[in-house]
Design a protein around this ligand. Structure first.
Ligand SMILES: Cc1cc2nc3c(=O)[nH]c(=O)nc-3n(C[C@H](O)[C@H](O)[C@H](O)COP(=O)(O)OP(=O)(O)OC[C@H]3O[C@@H](n4cnc5c(N)ncnc54)[C@H](O)[C@@H]3O)c2cc1C
Length: 454
């Protein structure tokens, strides 16, 4: 029986082990996780930080019986010749197949004054430990990329005094164009967030964060959301091929025999560092390791920032909106109502886009984008959600994927509803819809609402 050892106990490792069990693997499975907690959904950390969810609400389902899980154990070396992994607690773990699921690690700025007495509570909210609820007092968030914006917005809405410091011209400048950035800026301000764009946090001093222009906003807590990169240290030390991440092929094989990698630590051309990608890879690898066809066919995913009350969707590779490469463009701008949509088309198909406060368009354009299908001729009607075959969620085709993270179709939701799942928790339990990044909750409600007798 093949012994599988998995390094990392994040969402990718968790899904892999669940799917191995599902596909009938009954050999020994060992999971080593550096964090002390059992596997949890990292994508929900912002809700732990702002106090909406308790830490235990983020827990993923228990591992199947028989799986040996060692939390609080960091793998520090891989001996490929002897086929064993060494933990920082002195334990050794033999394997026939090794899977690296080490995720990503934060990229942190050098801060002057750090470590001094009475400086702000400086944290990286990428782990349960780092995302414990923030206390009273002003909060400075360093970094206005996707995670920094979600963090600042959630804390602002929860009533904290928040300053967001971002080096770009507007928040999320790598993903959004100027107009979408302006709408996001307005929404952040409405949520009570003060913005410092074109600035960086360079240090701390008692009760303050220090900016690169010498000013120092008050800070009881400084949250570092300054980016992340694949955690490849162990893979490198083990002699595996590493570029940005651990290089893998379509079967998630690394450059070494019987060593695989998946999730945020892996580098595959069609994949991004998202939950949906990690889970897709886990599903594929579980098939491979149980003798099935596990060739990875990465789906195209829509990025839905977690900004409660502000519907934003980003389609296409990062930077594509800023460099549209001459494709046909469709633009809808309605500043009075804060709505904006821009699609960049190649051969009549969506190559990139951004949609702000256009939820119907997100549902419909998202489907066409995911399936790489041509857009209907009346593009503006599509953006407005007033025309075309998919104008309402009720008119989505049965095959439309409503929950991207868990690949749950409209038909699966309807089946769950007809089997008695009549509210969101019941639908989530039956289908797993909404349990990933959670951004599909409104659409799931809409699909189920359309089934309820009026
Ligand atoms: C705050 C935040 C919000 C996010 N929100 C979303 C979202 O809304 N939608 C979305 O799609 N994605 C989101 N993401 C991204 C998503 O969480 C990741 O894509 C996903 O967690 C990747 O899973 P993973 O298992 O590959 O890596 P990780 O979740 O990073 O887990 C890797 C685990 O491996 C452990 N590890 C590393 N090295 C070792 C070692 N040597 N020995 C033992 N253990 C080790 C780490 O401690 C970690 O626990 C978010 C991420 C963050 C940080």
């Amino acid at each position: 029986m093949t012994a599988i050892t998995v390094i990392g106990c994040g969402p990718a490792a968790h899904r892999l082990v669940q799917r191995l069990h599902h596909h009938g693997h009954r050999g020994p499975v060992t999971v080593l996780g550096a964090e002390p907690e059992p596997a949890y959904n990292r994508a929900l950390l912002v809700s732990a930080l702002d106090g909406t969810l308790r830490a235990r609400d983020l827990a993923l389902a228990p591992f199947p019986p028989g799986v040996r899980v060692r939390t609080g154990t960091r793998a520090v070396a891989v001996d490929r010749r002897r086929r064993l992994v060494r933990g920082d607690d002195g334990t050794e773990h033999p394997y026939d197949v090794l899977v690296l699921a080490t995720g990503s690690r934060a990229v942190l700025p050098r801060l002057t004054g750090a470590g001094g007495r009475f400086v702000p509570d400086v944290r990286v909210p990428r782990t349960l430990a780092g995302a414990r609820p923030v206390g009273e007092g002003p909060v400075v968030v360093a970094g206005g990329g996707l995670r920094g914006v979600e963090t600042a917005y959630a804390l602002g809405r929860a009533g904290h005094h928040v300053t967001l410091v971002h080096p770009g011209a507007h928040p999320m400048h790598r993903l959004l164009d100027e107009r979408a950035g302006a709408l996001l800026t307005a929404a952040l301000r409405d949520a009570g967030v003060a913005l410092e764009t074109g600035r960086r946090v360079t240090g701390v001093e008692p009760g303050r964060a220090v900016l690169d222009d010498g000013r120092s906003p008050a800070a009881g807590t400084l949250l570092l959301c300054t980016g992340a990169r694949p955690d490849t240290a162990l893979a490198r030390a083990a002699g595996l091929a590493v570029r940005h991440g651990v290089v893998v092929d379509d079967r998630l094989r690394t450059s070494a025999p019987d060593v695989y990698a998946l999730g945020d630590c892996a580098e595959h051309p069609g994949c991004q560092a998202t939950l949906a990608s990690a889970w897709e890879q886990a599903d594929a690898l579980a098939r491979t390791l149980t003798g099935g066809d596990g060739r990875l066919r990465p789906a195209r995913h829509v990025v839905r920032p977690r900004l409660s009350g502000l519907d934003v969707a980003v389609l296409g590779p990062p930077g594509a909106l800023r460099r549209p490469d001459g494709g046909e463009q469709v633009v809808l701008s309605d500043p009075a109502r804060g709505r904006y949509g821009r699609l960049v088309l190649h051969d009549g198909r969506v190559h990139a886009g951004v949609l702000v406060r256009l939820p119907r368009a997100v549902a419909t354009v998202g489907q066409l984008y995911a399936a790489d299908r041509p857009l209907p001729a009346d593009r503006l009607a599509l953006l407005l959600g007033t025309g075309g075959e998919y104008a309402e969620s009720a008119e989505l085709p049965d095959t439309a994927v409503v929950c991207q993270c868990n690949n749950v179709t409209k038909k699966a939701l309807e089946q769950a509803w007809h089997s008695g799942a009549r509210d969101l928790p019941a639908i989530a339990a039956a289908t797993r819809a909404t349990t990933g990044c959670g951004s599909c909750a409104a659409l799931v409600r809409q699909v189920c609402g359309a089934l309820a007798p009026t």
